[in-house]
Design a protein around this ligand. Sequence first.
Ligand code: SF4
Ligand code: SF4
Length: 608
Amino acid sequence: MTERRLLLGNEAIARGLIENGCAMATSYPGTPASEILAAVAFFQKENKISMHTQWAVNEKTALEIAYAGCQTGLRAAVSMKQVGLNVASDPLMSAAYMGTKGGFIVISADDPGPISSQTEQDSRLMAMMARIPVLDPDTPLQAKEMIGRAYELSETFKSPVMLRPTTRVCHSRQDVGLEKIQPNDREVNFEKDPSRWAATPRFRFHLHNEVEEKLAAMARHEPTQPLRLNPEAKAPKAIIASGVAAAHTREILKELGLWETIPFYQVLQPFPLHSDFITHWIESYEEILVVEETMAVIEMQLADRHRVKGRESKTVPSVGELYPEDIQEIIAKFCGVQSERHEIPFFTGRRPTLCAGCPHRASFFAIKKAARKGIYTSDIGCYTLGLNLGAVDTVLCMGAAISQAAGFYHAYKNEEKRPDIVATIGDSTFFHAGVPPLIDAVVQQVKFVLVILDNRTTAMTGSQPTPTSGRGACGEPLEAVDIETLVRGCGIKYCREGNPYQLNEFIDLMKEAVKYSRENGPAVVISRYPCVIDLARKGETTEHIPVKVTEDCDGCAFCIKQFECPALIYHEDEDKDEKYVSIDRILCTDCGVCLNVCPKGAIVLKNK
Ligand code: SF4
Ligand code: SF4
């Protein structure tokens, strides 16, 4: 009997890769895609499979490694979040022209909303630009099934294939059957063919022709053609949907009693859209509603503005995630039926904040003390939450903290009053995209301080290893890279390490670095202390320095506004004219850092 498991969408995708003979899987973590590679590593270990599984330094590197695997004939896959695909877009565009030998899947997880991303861009548009096909699953189960279809499509047409799950597919759970695992022991055979694998522009023109021919053939490929889910329904109107929106639409049509009347099609391959279906839809229906996330990829290919309704025509909201209640309202209006909107209560809760005991909080506190009125550029990671502390002024994209610091320096350098500039970047982000702009800053002698927040992990996405960890995706020992050696190798002359938990010493170090940068050039401070969540996972704790708040507290709220540890709780009783702060013993990690924060000295050692 087939074994069944309740799998997260990302685990189902990973299982699909393993079952379909994937021999090389790479990734760079990013929500909502992070669990895919971790689950590949899990199934690999569980089933004792020999394959290469790797967290790469960034998405571009991850794609290039996996692509080389497919050039040898192996089945390979790379996974990332949608903004990671921007980083990997360079090799992706070329890989589409050069084609593949073994099957190659690029999994790019989109984040409509966006819930945890800088943008809600649609990876399907990137697939269109790269001229590769894209499959759009509606559920974890379909995402797993699509892995087999994607490898078959890739190997039939010798093209990379994109799988584009969205957050709701990645992070929902479904009962999934585990199929037999196909062997991944193909012969590794790289066949030299410079006119393809090292093509110069003259050959690239021919390869582009080839790509367009492949796309035309893929637009007729039967296994990925749209599904007509209710063939009995007949009407002058039809609905076309893909991805999670198709799953919602299916349910809503049934709830509204329209399943028997309104023809409904699910698009599995939004690009290239199947040519026969485009003709069929345009010829058969007076009006077509397209429900898709996040951009108008299907609607655009139907290209009949008067009869096709969707995001472009504003029938469907042009931004944001499509909630079931939104889709219900749109369908009811399109079909001319009544429907009551049931709002699902949305609880906002408190704003996100750094964890109690997080070493980044101490680093930001020190930065503000050392460079008052400075410009604080920052980057992508949990330290972006330094925003709440007034210690983050800009966040653009991975690595931009350093290049933007340089940009601000160049803009201000001839001004009489040049602000101090302090950039913050996490250890993983520094390796990902921080090294080239640091080299640039050395060459240009940019006067700024870079603080590398080295908490020894990729904390925000679930504690994946970084190049400093010395361990791989399956926990195997690997070579570790030393950040200070790398920083000095970039040409930085001032590089110091400090422990942000030693707050007063760390403030002094930051002041020294700021002074150096004003007079000399770029300075780097490595702020090193492990992530408290990662420590807890390993069963370890921070230093044990229990603190208490004394009666000297006058409720000025300085510690709340400037330090914002969630374990510090503010109380205000207007009747008694009382304001004070207390410590939540459940949240407090006894890190002791707040000892140095209260200007009134009201936070003291507990046993004092
Ligand atoms: S603990 Fe100190 S900083 Fe915090 S509210 Fe009381 S007096 Fe103000
Ligand atoms: S000791 Fe202070 S800073 Fe550390 S977790 Fe407890 S309240 Fe927060």
